[in-house]
Structure formats: structure tokens, C-alpha cells
Write a protein that binds this ligand. Structure first.
Ligand SMILES: [Ca+2]
Ligand SMILES: [Ca+2]
Ligand SMILES: [Ca+2]
Length: 299
């Protein structure tokens, strides 16, 4: 067996037992957790490392590597791969992908100083999905929906009297996302402070805190008052936000070809929206798509 495959195997998250109780199948009428077929095995096809200096040469282009390795992955028994967040993130091509900037940019537009993401271009990603499917392997998207980072510009925003920090004061928040490189392709929705509940940074005074915007309230989460995690926290009570993110989910499954999602930080996202997102995306597709959250899906 080749060295690279051994290396990938060493990174494998074999979830037969780990995830036994954490899988949600929206097609099940009972709505309860279902258990994976015991022969299903997911490969976590990436690891967390910032920068490029220490990345092995052959793994600098993950999407291309997966095209090459698809037959071997199938041969050794993997039935699915968990890919890293494939969208453009704040740190451009050095970003592992969790600092979501633009969900609609899968390495296609010159944004954040690069067209490609850390893992390659959109075309290379689509080639990887095709190759993996051809070898009978399903492909899951690591969806980072809780927050946005790397806004294109700031806005002056008044804080709620209920804000944990600086109640009633005004801050300068990084909340304006216009995606100038994408030029409204796929979606013409542009984000401003009203798409968020709050942020953790005041650019005016260069201070950090937990800032809740005026007229906003933290979303309803599984654990009370657990909405805020980091960055510009998305307001899933905003109907336009709901529509754009749901459209994106439909696109990822039906146009790009993914077979499911790993939902990042789902306990920090409005539970009502997550339920609706799952149901809407499932309704849009004939696939029985797959969902999980690393620490247990709480919906
Ligand atoms: Ca809210
Ligand atoms: Ca949140
Ligand atoms: Ca929120």
C-alpha cells in the first residue's frame, strides 16, 4: 500500500461505533437517530493545519489527490469521504475553511486574494466528486453555517441595551459582505449587519467583547443562550438569510453533487432553522442525504 494511503488511513475517522448514536436521517418518519449500516466507513480526508510550509507537496492540491486516490480508497473499504469546508474563507488559500467568507465561492472567484481555496478550484472539486462517485464513494460537505468572517467593510451599528458588552453604545462592526469578486453569480444576496445578531470586535476602539446588535436577540439554540460562538454570528431569524443559506444547501446537493453535510457548531445555530434547512434540502432532492455533527446532532 502506498505511503499516502497509509497516511490518509492514519487520519481516518472510522465512525461505525463513534457515531452510532449521532446520525439523523430526515427520511425516517420517526425522526429519531438511526444507526449506520455497520459496513459504512467514512474517511476524514483532511487534517487541520494552517499555512502551506509544512504541507506535504502531494497534498497541496487535495481535490486532485482525491481524483488519483479514489480507486484505492474504494478498494480498502471506504464508502464515504468527509471533505473540509470547500468554500472561500477569510484567510484565502491558507485557510482551512472554517472562517466562512462566501459559501457560494468554491474556488471560482478572485476573492480573499485567491481564486482557489486551500484545496483547489471549483472545477477540481467537481472532478474529485465525480471520481469518488465513480468508485462508489459518497461525499460529505463540512458546512460552517454559524458565523461569517472577513467582511468586505465595516458598518456603524448601535448595540442593544441587552448587549453583554457596551449596551446601548455604537460600534464599528465588520458585517458588510458584498462579495465583489463573485459579482452576484449564483446569488445576489449581500450581507449587512441586519443579517447578524452580533460580533466580538469593535473596530472603532479596537476592543473585543460580546456585542449584541440593537433590535436583535440571540437565536433559539438547544442549550439556552448558546447562540454566540465566534465572528459575525448569523441571525437565522432573518428570512432573507434563511432563504439564501437554504438555496445554497440545495445547490451543494443538487448542482455540485454532494451527498450530505457535516454540520459544524450546530448547537450554536438556531435549532428551528436547522430543522427547516434539513427538511427543505431533503425535499429538493431525490437523494437520501446524510447528516451528522461531530459531537452529536442536537435538533
Ligand atoms: Ca437572532
Ligand atoms: Ca450562532
Ligand atoms: Ca444567531
Amino acid at each position: 500500500m502506498k505511503k499516502t494511503i497509509l497516511y490518509l488511513l492514519s487520519l481516518t475517522l472510522v465512525i461505525n461505533t463513534i457515531l452510532g448514536g449521532c446520525v439523523y436521517n430526515p427520511n425516517k418518519n420517526d425522526g429519531f437517530l438511526s444507526v449506520l449500516n455497520k459496513n459504512e466507513t467514512i474517511l476524514q480526508a483532511f487534517y487541520w493545519e494552517m499555512g502551506e510550509a509544512d504541507y506535504p507537496e502531494e497534498e497541496k492540491n487535495l481535490w486532485c489527490l482525491l481524483v488519483q486516490k479514489a480507486p484505492e480508497l474504494s478498494e480498502v473499504g471506504f464508502t464515504a469521504v468527509w471533505l473540509p469546508p470547500a468554500n472561500k474563507a477569510m484567510g484565502g488559500k491558507r485557510d482551512v475553511g472554517y472562517a466562512t467568507y462566501d459559501l457560494w465561492d468554491l474556488g471560482e472567484f478572485n476573492q480573499k486574494g485567491t481564486v482557489r481555496t486551500k484545496y483547489g478550484t471549483k472545477e477540481e472539486l467537481e472532478n474529485a466528486i465525480t471520481a469518488l462517485h465513480n468508485d462508489g464513494i459518497k461525499v460529505y460537505y463540512d458546512a460552517i453555517l454559524n458565523h461569517r468572517m472577513g467582511a468586505d467593510s465595516t458598518e456603524t451599528v448601535k448595540l442593544s441595551l441587552n448587549s453583554p458588552d457596551k449596551p446601548g453604545q455604537t460600534i464599528l462592526a465588520w458585517t458588510k459582505f458584498t462579495f465583489p469578486g463573485r459579482k452576484n453569480k449564483y446569488s445576489d444576496f449581500q450581507w449587512n449587519w441586519q443579517c447578524f445578531d452580533g460580533v466580538d470586535w469593535d473596530e472603532k476602539t479596537k476592543t473585543s467583547g460580546k456585542f449584541l446588535f440593537e433590535g436583535k436577540s440571540w437565536d433559539y439554540t438547544f442549550i439556552w443562550d448558546d447562540d454566540y460562538l465566534m465572528g459575525a454570528d448569523v441571525d437565522y431569524e432573518n428570512l432573507e438569510v434563511q432563504e439564501d443559506v437554504t438555496n445554497w444547501g440545495n445547490w451543494i446537493i443538487n448542482e455540485i453533487g454532494f451527498d450530505g453535510f457535516r454540520l459544524d457548531a450546530v448547537k450554536h445555530i438556531d435549532s428551528r432553522f436547522i430543522n427547516q434547512f434539513i427538511n427543505d434540502v431533503q425535499k429538493s432532492s431525490s437523494k437520501d442525504f446524510f447528516l451528522w455533527e461531530k459531537h452529536g446532532l442536537k435538533i
